[in-house]
Design a protein around this ligand. Sequence first.
Ligand code: FAD
Length: 385
Amino acid sequence: MIFPNELEQLVGLARGIVENVVAPAAAEVDEHCRWPAASMAAFAEAGLLGLQVPAALGGHGQGLLALAAVSAEIARVCPSSSLCFGMHCVGTAVIAAKATADQEERYLRPIAAGRHITTLALSEAGTGAHFYLPETRLESHGDHYVANGTKQFVTNGSRADSYVVSTLASDGSAAGGDFSCLVVDGDTPGIGWQGEWEGFGMRGNSSRALALDNVQVPAANLLGAEGDQVWYVFEVVAPYFLMAMAGTYLGVAQSALEAAGAHLRSRRYAHSGTALRDIETMQTRYAKMWIAWQKTRALVFEAAARGDAGDPDALPFILASKADAGETAIALAGDAMTICGGTAYRDNSRVAQMLRDARASHVMSPTTDMLHIWAGRALLGVPLL
Ligand SMILES: Cc1cc2nc3c(=O)[nH]c(=O)nc-3n(C[C@H](O)[C@H](O)[C@H](O)COP(=O)(O)OP(=O)(O)OC[C@H]3O[C@@H](n4cnc5c(N)ncnc54)[C@H](O)[C@@H]3O)c2cc1C
């Protein structure tokens, strides 16, 4: 897909930062589970943290296509940086969807100016992958709420300036996923961080558990109106999250293809002088990798463009994108591991990291299995939930 000029420039801007800042720190981020502070600071400095902030508030006013394209560019080199950037952008989109004038000034302008990182805290241990069913409780006290509960797997955990948190609606209703979303500032008393993130993959994303112990949140921090939850989940959270993650895994798939290509071109045998790229099995395997990447790329960008255009048929495309990008990333990382041989396996190489990072796609909710169910339901006209 040929991107519009403005988006091409943003992708070029991201590419420059990736080469100069993200790439030099990527190995350390993975090896030491280090949150990618340098990447996020460079995105902030370049104005990229405002990708989803309306232009009137100093941002780029971009939608799903930009999020997918920029995420893919970052994930080619550092998937953890892409995940941290992506969850910030999803949180921003959720705040921006129905922001009050006060929320615009306190959150969206600082985000556009590169002075504020936000992120999404939905998942909980009790309901797991069913992220739209929080158990965190919210009590209304007139000018403020009090929140109690524990979120798990909060990407950018303890690093962000604010957290978009879901809770049961303040009347305590759990029926049909009745919940509210509110922005909780990172320095609010009563917030506690549990454990460190030392995951199998995505090792720099600082996905930590967030305990909310009688946390007082101003009533002005409620997003939308109570009862807007289904609208938020399907109109904002799902499309932005799915396209950020689809872009991320598309980037992992591309890096696997590039690693395989580089090895095929450079590996030569002493006994025969044959290069790996001259062997037909390797040629076929590489061609299939390229085809898979191109097909996923076409689906992801088509889905994002349809979503941005408000196409009423966009939903199955968007649901399929993350599932397909995750499967392609896992398959291509596996192929790259085969092509790059025992050396890549022995060295626990960058290709091994791709395999670990790609595996997060199946368990980040909506998970691959859930997306297949939802896509089938969307295509058949059956309610998603
Ligand atoms: C790297 C990483 C980053 C994350 N970042 C965030 C974040 O920033 N914010 C956030 O809120 N959450 C985040 N999550 C959490 C994530 O979205 C899931 O909520 C979490 O992984 C669920 O884990 P669990 O062990 O409770 O899974 P479980 O709920 O126990 O699920 C186990 C398996 O059962 C399957 N399953 C369950 N129910 C169904 C069903 N009805 N149909 C089909 N299959 C089903 C799931 O697909 C999964 O494969 C992150 C997770 C990871 C791994």
